[in-house]
Structure formats: C-alpha cells, structure tokens
Design a protein around this ligand. Sequence first.
Ligand SMILES: *Cc1c(COP(=O)(O)O)cnc(C)c1O
Length: 382
Amino acid sequence: MHLDTFMSLALKGTPFYGYNLPLLRRTLDTIKQEIAGYPFMVHYAVKANGNPRILNEIQQSGLGVDLVSGNEILAALKAGFDPGKMAYAGVGKTDREIEIGIDNDIFCFNVESEPEMEVINEIAARKGKTVGVAIRVNPDIDAHTHRYITTGTSADKFGIDLPMLDEAVDLAMKLPNLHLRGLHFHIGSQVTTIEPFKMLCDKINQLLEHFEKRGISFEMIDAGGGLGVNYEQPEKNPIAPFHDFFEVFKKGLKLRQGQMVHFELGRSIVAQCGALIAKVVFVKQNAAKKFVILDAGMTDLIRPALYNSHHKIVNLTSQEKEIDTYDVVGPICESSDVFGTDQQLPMTRRGDIIAILSAGAYGESMASTYNMRSLPQSHFID
Ligand SMILES: *Cc1c(COP(=O)(O)O)cnc(C)c1O
C-alpha cells in the first residue's frame, strides 16, 4: 500500500507531500477513455498543483493546460506543454503577462473585461500578431459550493455579465488583432452534484442560439472545470466521477458542426493522488480537549483554514486498538491552524506519523513561508 511507503519516507524527514503517480496515471487514463470519440479537449488547471514532476506526468498524457499567470505559462512551457493547447484566464493579466502569452503563441486568452480586450489587441498589434480569445461569461449559476470558490454568480468578480455580453462579443469581433474563438465559462470549484453542470449546458445552448440568430457562430466552447472529489471517503473514491460529469455535456450540449468543447479540470485530476505526511510533535491535554500537534501547519496546507474544508486524517503508525478524540492542529501562531476537530484516531503519541489525505490539489501550490517556515518537500511513488 502506498501509505506504507510514505511512512518509511517519513523517517527521512517531515512534513512532505507524498504523491502516488500510478493513481494519477489511472485518473488521466480514465479521462482519456471518457472523452474518446467526442470533440472534447481537457486542459489541466496548473494552479491546482504546479509541481514539475506532476506537470511532466500530465504533459505526457497529452492534456492541454489552463493557466492563470505569466509564470504558469512559463512553467507549462518548461514542462513541455504545447502552446497550441494553452488557455490563459484571469481578471488581472498584466501587460508583461499578456506579452508572455502572445510571444509564445498560446491557443487562447480567456478574457474577462472590455479593457482587457483592448489592451491585448493593442499589444498584439504592436507585435503584428492576431490573438485567439474566448470571452469569459458570468452565467449567473450558483454552484452551491463554498462562497470563496463559487465564481459564476453576478456578485463575483469573474467574467462578463449576461446583459453586457452582446456588447463584449461585438467589441471582440471589431478589434482587428483579436480572433474570437468562443465563449468560456467556469462556475466554481468542488462542485459535487451534476445539477449546476446541467444548468450550465442549458445556458450554453441558449447563448449559442442567441448568437446564431445574430449571425455569429463559435468554433469552441470552454465549459471550465470544478468537478468535485470525495474528501470524506477518499480510499473508496480514488477517481472522481468523470463518467457522470462528461455524460452531462455529451447529452446536454447541442453542439454545432465542428464545434469543440474544452474543459479545465484541476482538483479532480490531482486531489486524490497526494497526501500531506507529518509527524506528531506533541500530544497535549487541555481542560476541554486533547490536541495532536503536527510539524505540518496551514503554511503547508491552507485549505482547512481558508475554506473550512475537510480532509480525512489517518495515523499511519499507531498500533493501538483504543480510539480517542483529538483536535489535529499545526504549530503556526494562528487559531485557524487546525486540520480537523474532534477526530477519532487510535491513541496517538509523540513521533507518530499522520497522513492528511486528498491533499494533491490546492495544497503544495498554496504553501507559504509564513512564520519563516520552509516550504514542504515532495516525494513520489512511481
Ligand atoms: C481554478 C480554475 C479551474 C480549475 O478548477 P477545479 O475546481 O480545480 O477543477 C478551471 N478554470 C479556471 C478559469 C480556473 O480559475
């Protein structure tokens, strides 16, 4: 079992991210099987995990990438991704970042405002290039996820609102150094029911029809990402429900001749292949609670502190039959530095090795050096 391997790696030092590459490969194979025979293309959202070894693995599987900064474009190029499979999103692209995208001839800028289109057009004109763009639409769909990771309602900063979309499409078609490829959507992250994706399909169909009536057709639609994973029972659900996800789009979208659908999946590709491995520094009894204090903290994995998110926690070393209740916390000087409250664990002692599961997405990529801590290491099972 891979957790045993992480346990022996822990002797060399903790904390670290342990990645199960065979599981990542099985996940990528599942995606390839599900989209085979359909005009679908999947981009990996690099912000979920930009570890070079993970990027290499995903590059070899033939996926494209979804990028949100100039440095991510450079990292993807370094990992060998084809610029013709790069989509670049973000509400605040700087001139320098736009230049990186244009100079490397990326497939598509997912543009989020009219001023952004004008600036991209201007920079492209200066360089004598024409740039592919898709307009990010705010479809006003509530993905029913945490408010920090919902992106597609009219109160969010992302995309162009529906009432302003006609004008934005007209502008994109008028600007001479832009080539409008299509419309882009991304409704949020950790979406665990298929309803919001069904609503997205209906909205896309409506918009395709609306623009067709205006004599405008698109070569592609980008449906974004957001497919959730099972944080409660990761061992039983190591691979996200890709079949159900793609089925919604296969059945729900009324595609026109030659139209491609792009997807941007981050979390669902890498979450389950990674675990944060830490050592117990102290077990501490307070008046009301018992605490397991780890050598990993919110600087290594910020999701519980930032989104109040749940990760399954297991003790890899304890042989005890007796179960006790603990709050599992980190060493950082912040009250939110908590990985889990009231966790049922076998009796835990100083020196035990703990695994925090489903940490492959938005874990290592969000690590910081707050409290002057070192960034976490990474180890791979191949
Ligand atoms: C973060 C992001 C994604 C990936 O979201 P996941 O929930 O990790 O699948 C896709 N598209 C855009 C534009 C993003 O910002």
